[in-house]
Design a binder for this molecule. Structure first.
Ligand code: CMP
Length: 138
């Protein structure tokens, strides 16, 4: 399995003051930070990032949410990164997220779910390159 994944600490978690808590869980989980930035997505950028969901009924809401405030974007490295990170963050719907996961602790709803994690090695690379230049990854 590939060894990088891409994450965003979403606007809801930034607003709630949980950047530090979530980074702590990520590092305690054995992930190494390869790249990281505090930034804000324009609606256009958010729409492009989530283009794969453009036909879904929640797309408009998702784009509005992801562009409403700053986020932390990061590229993480670990053996089996994509799968292990999805285990760490828990189910998309916090009501279904396991005890001890990031979403169990910090997500408020299926839309405002605190963090993003790539769903495949292929998408991890696409998403990392969407947010970072090669010279920004270490
Ligand atoms: P994420 O895994 O970052 O990527 C797709 C996002 O779409 C997901 O997190 C949720 O934030 C959002 N999403 C998925 N399903 C729904 C839904 N039913 N209603 C609103 N947002 C959703």
């Amino acid at each position: 399995a590939g060894n990088i994944t891409f994450t965003m600490i979403k606007p809801d978690a930034v607003e709630a003051g949980n950047i530090g808590n979530i980074l702590q869980m990520i590092q305690a989980g054995g992930f190494r930070i390869k790249a990281m930035k505090y930034t804000k997505l324009s609606p256009e950028k958010a729409g492009e990032f989530y283009a794969v969901h453009s036909e879904r009924p929640f797309y408009g809401e998702l784009v509005e949410f992801m562009s409403r405030g700053p986020i932390v974007a990061a590229v993480l490295e670990k053996d089996n990164a994509v799968e292990d990170f999805r285990t760490l963050i828990g189910a998309t719907n916090p009501a279904e997220a396991a005890e001890g996961t990031v979403r169990k602790a910090y997500a408020t709803s299926i839309g405002e779910n605190a963090v993003h994690g790539s769903d495949s090695d292929e998408n991890a690379l696409i998403e990392a390159n969407f947010h970072f230049a090669g010279t920004e990854m270490f």
